[in-house]
Design a protein around this ligand. Structure first.
Ligand SMILES: Nc1nc2c(ncn2[C@@H]2O[C@H](COP(=O)(O)OP(=O)(O)O)[C@@H](O)[C@H]2O)c(=O)[nH]1
Ligand SMILES: [Mg+2]
Length: 302
């Protein structure tokens, strides 16, 4: 799956990538240097290799890849990014996006489009101006993409959890069924009396009910290592697709890790003595996730 992030220089492409996928703190993006030509990164998600293309937006590069449209080929999801803090750039961004759509037309491709109206925050920017710019941006950009499977999002790197969810939803948007499962799981998690974290095997968080366990899409390093170690045991010692692991200490703290189909992991932290109702809910959730893993596998082989 190829995702292309495009937009004028300084609109926030590299920051978006860094905060959502690469565990950077929003503040740390201030020292990023401008992307030269373009950068590709690979990110595994639910067993798929997701390629993320960050196209440097400076004028000289824009010209260059407009002349070599092959770099845009095979894009499944196009994410055009608009800098809401820079309304004077809107017209230029519009021209750029229209040029891109021309290339896709020529290549006979029709990616899904998620427009990011980005920097939707008042960090170093006035709130009133922001609202005006959102209105203006909607007028300018929303109907460029009307022939496409299109949606738009108001985004900011300073809302890291929301951003991670947006990317997660975009990544699973190609699988209608998966989306329903994620939404269902998300609801269930709210009323389970235990800490639950659902991730893929590489540590991309899909859903959780614990504060502070992830940075963007990425699960905390120690828990990621835990999954990784268990996954190695599953593969080399159990030699099976699925496995479960349990640990406890003397105080009655309990941790369980389930791996379903070498692709999905569920971590549960709970007291040893847990009420029946909660345990029932946990069991239902686990069954659901097992099914979810099956769905992912069959989606891949389609
Ligand atoms: N306020 C605010 N600043 C942002 C946001 N995203 C990126 N920036 C800042 O915009 C500047 C340019 O970002 P960068 O990612 O290098 O832009 P690129 O040229 O499109 O890759 C950096 O100083 C970032 O800190 C955002 O959501 N809100
Ligand atoms: Mg950049």
């Amino acid at each position: 799956m190829k995702i292309s992030l495009v937009g004028l220089s300084g609109c926030g492409k590299t920051s978006l990538y860094s905060v959502a996928f690469a565990e950077k703190k929003p503040e740390d993006t201030k020292s990023l240097s401008p992307t030269i030509l373009y950068e590709t990164r690979r990110h595994p998600f639910l067993g798929l290799q997701v390629g993320i293309f960050d196209f440097g937006g400076q004028e000289q590069y824009r010209k260059e890849y407009m002349e070599k449209p092959d770099v845009f080929k095979g894009t499944d999801i196009l994410i055009p990014i608009v800098d809401l803090h820079d309304p004077n750039s809107f017209e230029q961004a519009k021209e750029y996006f229209e040029g891109l759509l021309n290339i896709y037309r020529k290549n006979n491709e029709k990616p899904k489009v998620f427009l990011f109206l980005h920097k939707f925050d008042s960090k170093d920017y006035e709130k009133e101006l922001l609202d005006t710019n959102v209105k203006k941006a909607k007028e300018i950009f929303l109907d460029i993409f009307k022939d496409y499977d299109f949606d738009y999002k108001l985004t900011s790197i300073y809302e890291q959890d929301k951003l991670a969810k947006i990317f997660r939803d975009i990544l699973i948007s190609s699988y209608e069924e998966l989306k329903e499962h994620v939404e269902k799981a998300e609801q269930k998690l709210q009323d389970i009396n235990a800490k639950v974290i659902i991730t893929d095997i590489s540590g991309n968080v899909i859903s959780h009910n614990v504060q502070g366990v992830s940075s963007g899409l990425t699960l905390r390093g120690d828990l990621r290592d835990f999954i990784n170690a268990c996954n190695i045991v599953r593969e080399n010692i159990f030699m099976s697709d699925s496995a479960e692991f349990k640990g406890r200490n003397e105080e009655g703290k309990n941790i369980e890790l389930y791996i379903f189909k070498y692709i999905l992991s569920v971590i549960i932290m709970k007291p040893i003595e847990i009420d029946m109702e909660s345990q029932d809910k946990i069991n239902t959730l686990l069954n659901d996730m097992k099914l979810f893993a099956d769905l992912i596998i069959s989606a891949h082989t389609e």
